[in-house]
Design a protein around this ligand. Structure first.
Ligand code: UDX
Ligand code: UDX
Length: 454
């Protein structure tokens, strides 16, 4: 059997690597139109940082895992083609700022129709609006060959991709349950996952349920973060501590304790895009009340980022002009080099508007990426890219922690404090530092949702 995956990104790359590892008898070709990205997958410095990924790529690459730009040949030779290209929020025309831009998915479907000399199973791996499979099906039907379209959304979280892929909570496969051919395509894909995923974790549904489940799962996860973040504002106003509230609330097994960490806001390529898409769909199907409900989740996230940045500015006597701020972490979460929709981007831009000097340190994000995200030229004195947190904190008025990289917990804060301006502030946007210890060292502190700290 041969598998082809179009799109060698954060989803396609790791997912196919794990499939190749688990199924040595299957040849997996990961193709992409971006030659630079493919070259990186074929090098020692992979384009995606994920703990544990490099080791598996090294074991499989060149054996049954191949990265290439020869999209046509890989599609034609495959029995199963995964579509894992990006589906950004549309920036133009109808649905701009809300709907998903499906042009890459459509062009993949057209490409499959054009180069295939035999029917195949086509799998939507990208997160897509409900009923996208119809579009793909229609395009493929013009070939006269037998294609089956499946939806198999990916639930991996960045930073834990390998673990999530090796031991997923569930694998979801949607297909045409009404026909023999549809059911057998679902079973064929299920058979691949069943080699390492227990059967009771493989959920089979119709196409539309599968497509909608992915949007809904991300909306629910984002909603939990906006819920706790909304309460963090109330905690700060009342003297309650959001971590204590989250622990008390989350120990109700009906609610559960995960995903209740108050923060500077959620980031990442999925939550914002998928919520906007869900809202767009609700409006499209004339369900304005439902759209408004989910719109609140998006608005609280924007509010939280703004609220945090304003808290920093307020604490620094409403004047950060010319002040050095050490930015600890720029990725949207720990253990990834990804900055898409990172709260750090909006927060740093607000600081730059106030004419602060930013000294940024992130263990994995490149200088080029940070400058691009902040829309700042190389050499601009307003943004300094630092090689260590110690360098960033030197002469800084404040440390602004935006990503919960583990290494920030165990720094020599005594040494850091002595190198900083006085008073030395720490704004812990992830509540991940030891506030009691830092208070003892003489830092002024502000966490998220901790009304009793000053
Ligand atoms: C993407 C989507 O953002 C997400 O909705 C979906 O769930 C999975 O796919 P990700 O892998 O993180 O997630 O995207 P990205 O890292 O941008 O990778 C997409 C890749 O597809 C890029 O490398 C791009 O060059 C490639 N691509 C895009 C093609 O090969 N062909 C195209 O026509 C368009
Ligand atoms: C998410 C989903 O978890 C995953 O299932 C889906 O396939 C893609 O989208 P990802 O965006 O990679 O994954 O990371 P996730 O761990 O969900 O974090 C998203 C954002 O929420 C990050 O910015 C993170 O810091 C933030 N977050 C997470 C919080 O602010 N508080 C929490 O309690 C958890």
């Amino acid at each position: 059997m041969r598998i082809c995956c179009i799109g060698a990104g954060y989803v396609g790359g790791p997912t196919m690597t794990v499939i190749a590892r688990k199924c040595p008898d299957i040849r997996v070709d990961v193709v992409d139109i971006n030659a630079e990205r493919i070259a990186a997958w074929n090098s020692d410095s992979l384009p995606v940082f994920e703990p544990g990924l490099e080791e598996i790529v090294r074991l499989c690459r060149g054996k049954n895992l191949f990265f290439s730009t020869d999209v046509d040949a890989a599609i034609d030779a495959a029995d199963i083609v995964f579509i894992s290209v990006n589906t950004p929020t549309k920036t133009y025309g109808y649905g701009a700022g809300s709907a998903s831009d499906l042009r890459f998915v459509e062009s993949c479907a057209r490409k499959i129709a054009e180069v295939s000399r035999s029917g195949k199973i086509v799998v939507e791996k990208s997160t897509l609006p409900v009923r996208t499979a119809d579009v793909i099906r229609q395009i493929l039907s013009s070939t006269g060959m037998e294609f089956q379209v499946l939806s198999n959304p990916e639930f991996l979280a960045e930073g834990t991709a390998v673990r999530d892929l090796e031991s997923p909570d569930r694998v979801l496969i949607g297909g045409d349950e009404d026909t023999e051919e549809g059911r057998s395509a679902i079973d064929e894909l299920a058979g691949i996952y069943a080699r390492w995923v227990p059967e009771d974790r493989i959920i089979k549904t119709n196409l539309w349920s599968s497509e909608l489940s992915k949007l809904t799962a991300n909306a629910f996860l984002a909603q939990r973060i906006s819920s706790i973040n909304s309460i963090s504002a109330l905690c700060e106003a009342t003297g309650a501590d959001v971590e204590q509230v989250a622990r008390a609330v989350g120990s109700d097994t009906r609610i559960g304790s995960k995903f209740l960490n108050s923060s500077v806001g959620y980031g990442g390529s999925c939550f914002q895009k998928d919520l906007l898409n869900l809202i767009y769909l609700c409006e499209h199907f004339n369900l304005p009340e439902v759209a408004l409900y989910w719109r609140g989740v998006v608005e609280i996230n924007a509010y939280q980022k703004r609220r945090f940045a304003e808290g920093v500015i307020d604490s620094l006597y409403r004047n950060i002009c010319g002040k050095r701020l050490a930015i600890f972490g720029f990725a949207f979460k720990e253990d990834t080099n990804d900055t898409r929709e990172s709260p750090a981007i909006d927060i740093c831009r607000l600081f730059l508007n106030e004419r602060a000097q930013l000294a940024v340190f992130d263990p994995k994000v490149s200088k080029k990426q940070i400058l691009a995200d902040l829309n700042v030229e190389e050499g601009d004195p307003r943004v300094e890219f630092c090689a260590s947190p110690y360098e960033a904190a030197e002469k800084a008025h404040a440390i602004v922690l935006l990503t919960q990289w583990k290494e920030f917990k165990n720094l020599d804060y005594k040494k850091i404090k002595s190198a900083m301006a006085t008073p030395a502030w720490i704004f812990d946007g992830r509540n991940c530092l030891d506030h009691r210890l830092l208070g003892e060292l003489g830092f002024l502190l502000r966490g998220i949702g901790k009304g009793n700290l000053s």
